[in-house]
Design a protein around this ligand. Structure first.
Ligand code: G3P
Length: 197
C-alpha cells in the first residue's frame, strides 16, 4: 500500500507539465510545436526568454526536490526513497497529462539529485558551468553533468543503491537526448543565446 502510494503520488507530481502550462498560459502556444518540441526549461526559454527558463527550471526541480526530501526525512536511506525519486523523474519524462511524452529529465533530475547526492550535484554543477561557457549547448552540458553525478556518486556515496540509481537516471537522460546527440554530431544543435528555433 505504502509503496503503491509513493509511486503514484510521485509519478503524478512529476507529471505536472510546468513548461507546457506556462507557455500555454502566457503565449497561448503548445510548446511541443515549437523549437525542439521538448516540454522543458530550454525549450520554454525559446518562447518565454530567460525568465521562462528560470521559472520552468525552478518549478521542475522543485517537483523532484520536495517529494524526495520528504521521503528521505521519513524513511532515511531507504529504497522507498529511490522508488519515489525514479517515479517523479519518470512522471516528468513520460507525463500522463501529455500522452506520456514529457521532458528530458534534467531539471527534475536536478531536484532529485540535490536531495539525494548534494556533493555530487555540486561537482556536476561546476562541470555544467564550464561546458556551457565553452560549448553553449544545454543538452551537451546536461548529459555530461548527469554522467558526472553518476561517476562521483559511485566514489563518494556510501548509499549502495543510490549509486545504481544515479546511473539509471544518467542513462535515461542520455537516451532522452538522442535527437540532441544527432544534432551535436552534425553540428546543428541549438546554442544558448542564438535564436535558431
Ligand atoms: O533540458 C533539456 C535540454 O537538455 C535540451 O533541451 O529543448 O534543447 O532539446 P532541448
Amino acid at each position: 500500500m505504502t509503496i503503491a502510494l509513493i509511486i503514484i503520488l510521485c509519478y503524478l507530481i512529476g507529471s505536472i507539465p510546468t513548461a507546457y502550462i506556462l507557455v500555454k498560459k502566457l503565449k497561448g502556444v503548445d510548446i511541443r510545436t515549437v523549437g525542439s518540441g521538448n516540454v522543458g526549461a530550454s525549450n520554454a526559454s525559446r518562447i518565454l526568454g530567460k525568465w521562462g527558463f528560470i521559472s520552468v527550471l525552478v518549478l521542475d526541480a522543485l517537483k523532484g526536490l520536495v517529494p524526495v526530501l520528504i521521503l528521505k526525512y521519513i524513511y532515511g536511506e531507504s529504497d522507498l526513497v529511490l522508488l519515489g525519486a525514479i517515479s517523479v523523474v519518470l512522471g516528468h519524462t513520460f507525463t500522463i497529462f501529455l500522452g506520456f511524452k514529457g521532458g528530458k529529465g534534467v531539471a527534475t533530475g536536478l531536484g532529485v539529485f540535490i536531495a539525494l547526492a548534494p556533493i555530487s550535484t555540486a561537482i556536476a554543477a561546476v562541470v555544467f558551468a564550464v561546458l556551457i561557457s565553452i560549448y553553449r549547448m544545454i543538452s551537451l552540458s546536461s548529459m555530461c553533468a548527469a554522467v558526472t553525478i553518476a561517476v562521483s556518486a559511485w566514489f563518494i556515496s556510501s548509499w549502495e543503491h543510490l549509486k545504481y540509481f544515479t546511473i539509471v537516471i544518467a542513462v535515461l537522460i542520455i537516451i532522452l537526448h538522442r535527437s540532441n546527440i544527432g544534432r551535436i554530431l552534425n553540428g546543428t544543435e541549438r546554442k544558448v543565446g542564438r535564436k535558431t528555433a
